[in-house]
Each structure stands twice: as structure tokens, then as C-alpha cells.
Design a protein. Structure first.
Lengths: 485, 383
């Protein structure tokens, strides 16, 4: 054993993005024995990925990535300076309702019993199932941005970005600055950003700066004459890899040859762990995503489990910090380190900070309601990419009478592959809801069990601190192998 | 109000198969399923089609079932039979690591021969290695039943359901029985989805079957459990037979999809009222450990999912098949105690014979509810 199993902890925080970092830092400052588990080798999450090393670079990459990204450094430094323990390169493959975490660290697995858990597992890019979306050369725009932050990798071949939301303009701006051969942006949103922006200005108290930033990216892209087109009904074309993207604009089909197509229509909460916990979830019609139900502190329907940040509902990195701090205050209170009065008093400025973010988020939700990624799939379009199940396959089963999401999974193997259903749960749900003429809330989402991250058999076999006496009492007498259950 | 001749409560494999056989014999059965067909143990079991190492009371039933498996075309038609993904003749093999296990294999085969059954045999290491080249060099030999194999449990249950429907059975999903009353007019079954009437009721309620019995004042064992399975990502084909442990916690097979399904008596936490079950990592370790020791090829394989199915468990680990002790016209078929899937094609045929002819050609007295006291505990004499 090279890994030392951490058998217990008072508060476990899962995820090292802004919510997790803020929660761990504040909890530790309040005297809680807080441990932050994160998959990455360094703190920052997806949004501030690798921010310490990137900020030390001598080239222009830190400048290209922008002041918002570099601003994450302060959060990381405060976390580093706190008494919170840090377990990097740790995948969490289970969380039980009793607060028992399964940790996989440098090739070894162990279990940790926490008194309370804050899940800060953030968001994932909304899957974008259009014809051809599984071709090599089609990626998420967020994934490319992550590569840029994590390893300084910048695309070197003709690139088109398609979708909607501020991130496509940010990534386009960052790519352009870093010298990537950016061909065009295809905006799929309902109306051009500028028009809706002016309409929304009165509602943006305190967040006008955010909007202004978006407008500066667009201005910079315009100055470099990057074509910005409006388009619908995207198709990724190609045989063995993507060769072009086509779309409808002004009533006719247009085609752009490209070697890299980046798709993005926002992010959705990552609900793998909360689903496996059978926490109560709600369908959020504004964000078109499932989210775990939480109270004003981020507490879920299960006593020891709370959520901070985008994992509860998409509110962005700026809101993640006060959300993380609220979850930490509640944890410190429930764990007996501070009284309710102190918790509520300390919560006031956090709630004020959240309120400032709130109007801007509602504006974004209204403006960037997903369109392309949630339009009805053609029969030939793949819904589950791991098992290559098409929308047509699913519709055939639904018409045969399999009207339950998990039945569709059992029958077609959709959601059974390597991604454990992350990528297709909503798509398959949507195909089902459309066919039955019902809503997403009615069809539900996949049932999930551990491991919520793939776990090698040898890690499970060599797991040292399992409770081997954990057995239910059964009426059966063991002994004769032919009288087994 | 919907009237018919027989109502089957529970849309698992035995409920669907019972409806199929009743419909085949000209009746108009209705299946009432509280969730969806195959939602619990029937749809999510390991899919073993195993005669090997069965309780001797189950062997006549199991042998008849094996013949039915080998002739699924007759029962289901070619398309639905294929849909079951049944692979027979690859064998199920019980691995003997210790001298005690090897000795048990010899004793078992001798006992079986004395009873007139010759489908189990002891094999040596050379034959084991020929059949399972990937097994580690820690086995002394094995016990095998060569006709055995495996099938896809969810697809099989659905095939039985679809065939039953083709023959005129009606399946009501999301239809939960809330009341069961008998009068001169027969049985009245109240559900969330309407009222049903029939002369005969078959209780195939699995883990919840005892609750249906309680509705007519009959007490049967309430025990149930959640058998857990874990599954790897797809792997290149490396094994055809199903392997199981004798004293060790082991059971796995490679499915048609190439994934490896690992079980062997791992227990989950059943949630009878919530109608689900949680899998428990602590209890999965032992099973992973056995796989690690016996099959080094699987050490780096990745587990991507686990699940558990709720199933009734009888204290003597054999099912309840037979007439109710208190209510004429009510038949029970449940309590398969974790190994009912292989019996899937035959139990319904036995019930159809019992209901229509009053007797079964296959001996089933060992499964009678009479072996329990009126309070629902096992009578010590019959054990």
C-alpha cells in the first residue's frame, strides 16, 4: 500500500472547483476537520483548471485565458493556506446515504466514513445529439477549453464553434487569441445576443459588467472578421471523421467544410452521485435539466448530504463561491462548531452576493434556452453513444410497449456503457416523453448504483478497510452448497 | 370492472410464463403488475440457466425446465426465442479449490447417481483447463453440468410477456393490488387502476407475495433479500461456461454483449416498501477478491455498474408452489430464493396443469405451502 486510507473525516467535500474550495476553506476556518477530495492533481475544478501552474507560465496563455480565470488563483491560495486537508487525484466512486465515501486514489481504493458530505461536483456540458455528433472531430467547446487550461493545447486545424451561450464566444475569443485557425461561429440561440442584451439591461443590477465582457469578446471577434452566423438544424457531416458542418440559415441549407466542430449549449448539473443516493430530484424546465432538490443551505433530502455550486442548479462560478460558503456554514452548525445565530449572521453577506448573481442568471436562462441540443432526434441519430443506440431503436421499443426509461435501458443497453448513462439519460428521456406525449418530470431519469465512476476489479478486490461483517440477517442456514440462495 | 377467468398477480418471469401457458390452453388471463414487467428479480438476475448443484427437491422441475429452454422456439416462436439470448450447452462449472470442496463434488455426484440423475460429473484439472483456459492454477478440479448455460433475464422475461400477449393474455402495468376479496361470484381484485374479477388468482408476487397472502389471512414467510450483481465494460471473449464457487463467493459469466456479470451471493440492502434495493460496496469486496484470485485476466477489468433485485427467500431455500391453505381458487408460485430464473419456462406450465387438471405431472409436493405453520414459520419436521 502506498496510499494511506483516511478512515474517517468530519466533513468530506467532493470536488475542487470554486464551490468545493470555498466550502472547504470556510469549514476549516470554522474549526471543522474538512477534507477535500478531487479528481484533478491541482485545485481549481473545470473553471479554474490548473490555475496555479498556468499563472506561472511565461507565455501569453494566462493573458488569453483572461482575468476571470486568473482570478481563481486567490481562491486556490486561500484554500492552500487553510487547515483543510486535500486529497487530489481521488475519484469518488460511491457516496452512501450514511456518508460513506468510496475513494480511488493512485490505483488503490478505500472507504472513508464522513459525518457530513458536501458534493461540489459541478456541471457537465449538455450533450448535443445532432446527426453526426459522434464522429471523431466533434467535441464539446468546454472540453477544448479544459484542454487549453490543463495542458496549453490549442487546436491547430480549421475549427467551427456552434451552439449558444456566453461560453461559445469566450472559447472563440480565447482560441482566436491563442492563434487557433477559427473559421466561424454558428449561433443557434433564439435571437442575437446584442438585441436581447439591451432589452435585458434594466434587469441586470450589479451584473452589467458580465454582459459587457461578453460584448467585448464579440467586438474582438468582429474586429478579426471571424464570421458569426445564425443557424439551425445543425448536421455534422463526414464518413470516418467530421468533414463539414451544415445548417439552415435564411431559409436555405449552408455548409462549412471544417476539421473540428465544437458544440455547446450550456451545462447541466452532474447528478450521478445524487441519483445513486436516490435524493429527491426535480426537472428544471428553465434550464431543461434534472437537479437535486436542495434547501437554502444546499442540503438535500438526505440528512448528511449537501450540494454546493452548479451540481444543485446551474448558477456559474461566481455564485459557486457564496453557495460553497453557505453549505460550509450549515455544515459547521450541524457539526456543532457554530450556533445557528452565528450561521445566519455569517450567511447574510453570502446571500447578498448570490442575489447580485441571480438576475443575470435568469437573463442567461431566458436568452440561452437550449434549442439545437434538445430538438427531436432523427431516427438515425445516435442517442446513446457508448452502446450506439439510435432514437429510431428507442421509438420501436416504445411502440412495442416499453414505456419506462429503465426498461428501455435494460432492453437496448442505452446508458449501460462506459459513461454510465451521463451522456444519454436526458436524451433517452426526451425521446420517450415526446413519444408518449408527456413531460420529462413524468418519465424520470436512469436508476443508478455504485460505482458512480468506473472501478477496476483489482481495486475493489484489494480494498482494505471494507466492513466484512456487514451482512443482513437471513433465515437461511449456510452449509450445503446445494442449498444456497 | 374487468372480468376474466384467471388473474395473475406479479409480472415477473413466472407470472408472465403462467399467463402464457394459461392462454395457450384457451384461457384469458390478466397479469397485474405494480411496477413494470421484469422490474425486480426477474429482469435483473444473473441470467444463469443452471441445473448444477441444485437442491434435490428442485431437480425434476429443473430438468423439465432445461428441456423447455432447449426448445424455446416451440414455446415462443423463433423471433422471441432468439430475443432471450439463451446460450445452452456451454456448461455451468463449480470450481473446487480445496480438498474439502473436491471431496464434496465426489459425494454430490454419487448422491445424484443414486437418485438416478446423471447430468452432473466431476472433472479433473486438465478438462477444466480445456473448458476454461483462463482459470488460475489454484483449482483441483470441478463439478460440471454440461447442458447448462445462460440467457438475458430482462429480454427473456419480456419475450414471455410478449408471447403471452400474442396468445391473448392482457398485461396491466403500474397496476397495484390494494384489495383481494372472495365471494360467491369469485375473486374481486381492487387496484389503483380499476377493479378486476376472476374465479382463480395466481400469486406470483415475488418479494411482495406474502403481502398478497396476508390479504386473505394466510401467513407465509416474509423474508426477502436483494441479490447484487456487478458488471464490467465489454471485453474480448475469453470464457464460454458459467463458473460458480462451491464454498467460495463466486459466480460469473460473459454475456453476449461481452460484459462480465459477477455475482455469487453478494447481498444488497433490500427496501421492500420503496420497492428498490441498494448495493453495498463492503459486501462486493469478497466477490471481487475471488474473481481476482481465480481469473487474473479480470484484474484490470473495470466495473461500471452494479444493481440488486428484490426476491423472496424461503427459510429452506426452495419455492412455494401450490394451492393456498386458506382460500380455494388462490394458487401460490413465489419464493424462488435467488435461483428461479432457470425454472422460468416450466413453473407456469405446472400452474396451468394444476388449475385446469388439478394435478401436475412433475412432483411438486416439496414446495407445498403446507410445510409452513399457520403463523408462517417452517415446520421443523419437514426440514
Amino acid at each position: 500500500m502506498t496510499v494511506k486510507a483516511r478512515e474517517t473525516c468530519e466533513l468530506a467535500i467532493v470536488g475542487g472547483g470554486p464551490a468545493g474550495l470555498a466550502a472547504a476553506t470556510l469549514a476549516a476556518e470554522l474549526g471543522v476537520e474538512a477534507v477535500l477530495f478531487d479528481e484533478q492533481p491541482t485545485p481549481g475544478g473545470q473553471v479554474y483548471r490548473n490555475v496555479e501552474a498556468t499563472c506561472r507560465r511565461q507565455d501569453d496563455l494566462p493573458a488569453f485565458l483572461g482575468a476571470d480565470y486568473r482570478g481563481g488563483l486567490a481562491l486556490v491560495e486561500r484554500f492552500r493556506a487553510s487547515a483543510a486537508a486535500y486529497e487530489p487525484m481521488s475519484a469518488i466512486w460511491q457516496v452512501t446515504a450514511g456518508g460513506k465515501l468510496g475513494v480511488s486514489q493512485r490505483g488503490e481504493a478505500y472507504l472513508t466514513q464522513a459525518r457530513r458530505v458536501i458534493l461540489a461536483t459541478g456541471a457537465m456540458e449538455r450533450p448535443f445529439p445532432i446527426p453526426g455528433w459522434t464522429l471523431p472531430g466533434v467535441m464539446g467547446a468546454g472540453a477544448v477549453q479544459t484542454l487549453m487550461k490543463a495542458s496549453g493545447l490549442v487546436p491547430d486545424r480549421p475549427t467551427v464553434i456552434a451552439g449558444s451561450g456566453p461560453l461559445i464566444y469566450l472559447v472563440a475569443y480565447q482560441l482566436m487569441q491563442a492563434g487557433a485557425p477559427l473559421q466561424a461561429i454558428v449561433d443557434t440561440s433564439a435571437q442575437p445576443l446584442i438585441r436581447s442584451a439591451f432589452a435585458a439591461l434594466p434587469h441586470l443590477s450589479g451584473a452589467a459588467g458580465e454582459l459587457f465582457k461578453g460584448l467585448t469578446w464579440i467586438a474582438a471577434l468582429k474586429a478579426k472578421r471571424i464570421p458569426m452566423l445564425a443557424g439551425r438544424n445543425l448536421v455534422a457531416e463526414g464518413t470516418s471523421r467530421v468533414e463539414a458542418v451544415s445548417f439552415e440559415a435564411d431559409g436555405r441549407r449552408q455548409r462549412l467544410a471544417t476539421s473540428l466542430l465544437l458544440l455547446h449549449e450550456g451545462v447541466i448539473p452532474n447528478i450521478q452521485i445524487t441519483t445513486s443516493l436516490r435524493c429527491r430530484h426535480e426537472w428544471d424546465p428553465a434550464q431543461m435539466a434534472w437537479r437535486p432538490a436542495t434547501d437554502e443551505w444546499g442540503a438535500t433530502s438526505l440528512d448528511p448530504i449537501a450540494i454546493a455550486g452548479d451540481g444543485a442548479a446551474i448558477r456559474g462560478a461566481k455564485a459557486a463561491v457564496p453557495l460553497g460558503r453557505l453549505a460550509a456554514l450549515d455544515a459547521a452548525c450541524r457539526l456543532g462548531h457554530i450556533a445557528e445565530g452565528e450561521r445566519d449572521e455569517r450567511a447574510a453577506p453570502e446571500r447578498a452576493a448570490l442575489a447580485r448573481q441571480h438576475n443575470f442568471r435568469s437573463f442567461l436562462d431566458r436568452l440561452y434556452r437550449p434549442i439545437e441540443s434538445v430538438r427531436p432526434l432523427d431516427d438515425a441519430t445516435i442517442a446513446c453513444r457508448c452502446e450506439e443506440v439510435t432514437a429510431g431503436d428507442l421509438r420501436e421499443l416504445i411502440d412495442d410497449g416499453f414505456t419506462d426509461l429503465n426498461q428501455l435501458k435494460s432492453f437496448s443497453r442505452c446508458g449501460m456503457g462506459q459513461c454510465q448513462g451521463r451522456m444519454c439519460s436526458n436524451t433517452v428521456g426526451r425521446v420517450l416523453a415526446e413519444r408518449l406525449g408527456t413531460g420529462m418530470a413524468e418519465v424520470g431519469h436512469y436508476r443508478l448504483r455504485l460505482p458512480v465512476k468506473p472501478l477496476p476489479i483489482e481495486q475493489l478486490a484489494l480494498l482494505k478497510n471494507a466492513d466484512r461483517n456487514s451482512k443482513p440477517i437471513l433465515p437461511v442456514v449456510a452449509g450445503d452448497p446445494s442449498q444456497r440462495i | 370492472m374487468i372480468k376474466t377467468d384467471v388473474i395473475v398477480i406479479g409480472g415477473g418471469i413466472h407470472g408472465c410464463c403462467t399467463a402464457l401457458h394459461l392462454a395457450r390452453r384457451g384461457l384469458r388471463p390478466i397479469v397485474l403488475e405494480k411496477n413494470t414487467v421484469g422490474r425486480h428479480a426477474s429482469g435483473v438476475n444473473a441470467g444463469g440457466v443452471r441445473q448444477l448443484m441444485r437442491h434435490t427437491a428442485e431437480i425434476p422441475l429443473s430438468m423439465a425446465a432445461m428441456t423447455a429452454w432447449e426448445n424455446l422456439d416451440d414455446l415462443l416462436g423463433p423471433e422471441l426465442a432468439q430475443n432471450c439470448e439463451f446460450i445452452g450447452g456451454v456448461g455451468q462449472i463449480g470450481l473446487a479449490e480445496s480438498a474439502d470442496e473436491m471431496a464434496w463434488c465426489h459425494t454430490r455426484v454419487a448422491e445424484m447417481r443414486a437418485l438416478g440423475y446423471d447430468f452432473e460429473e466431476v472433472i479433473d484439472v486438465a478438462e477444466l483447463k480445456r473448458l476454461v483456459p483462463s482459470v488460475a492454477d489454484i483449482c483441483r478440479g470441478a463439478i460440471i453440468s454440461r447442458r447448462d448455460g445462460h440467457a438475458n433475464p430482462f429480454r427473456t422475461t419480456q419475450s414471455f410477456r410478449l408471447r403471452a400477449e400474442e396468445l391473448g393474455a392482457r398485461i396491466f402495468e403500474r397496476t397495484r393490488v390494494t384489495g383481494l376479496e372472495q365471494s360467491d361470484a369469485g375473486w374481486t381484485v381492487t387496484t389503483n387502476n380499476g377493479v378486476f374479477q376472476a374465479e382463480t388468482i395466481v400469486n406470483c408476487g415475488g418479494a411482495w407475495a406474502w403481502q398478497l397472502a396476508e390479504m386473505v389471512g394466510e401467513h407465509l414467510p416474509k423474508s426477502h433479500f436483494a441479490s447484487t450483481l456487478m458488471v464490467t465494460t465489454r471485453m474480448p471473449r475469453f470464457i464460454d461456461p458459467v463458473v460458480i464457487g462451491i464454498d467460495r463467493t463466486l459466480s460469473f459469466k460473459q454475456t453476449e454483449a461481452g460484459t462480465v456479470v459477477i455475482g455469487g451471493g453478494i447481498l444488497g440492502d433490500p427496501q421492500l416498501d420503496a420497492e428498490t434495493a441498494d448495493t453495498v460496496a463492503d459486501r462486493m469486496v469478497e466477490s471481487a477478491e475471488t474473481v481476482y484470485e481465480f481469473f487474473p485476466i479480470l484484474r484490470k477489468a473495470t466495473i461500471v455498474r452494479s444493481w440488486a433485485g428484490l426476491e423472496a427467500l424461503m427459510p429452506d431455500v426452495i419455492p412455494v408452489i401450490g394451492p393456498s391453505r386458506v382460500a380455494p381458487g388462490l394458487w401460490h408460485a413465489f419464493g424462488f430464493s435467488g435461483h428461479g430464473f432457470q425454472l422460468g419456462p416450466i413453473v407456469g406450465s405446472v400452474l396451468a396443469d394444476l388449475i385446469l387438471d388439478g394435478k401436475s405431472p412433475i412432483p411438486i409436493t416439496a414446495f407445498s405451502p403446507e410445510r409452513f405453520t399457520p403463523e408462517g414459520t417452517l415446520r421443523s419436521a419437514s426440514h
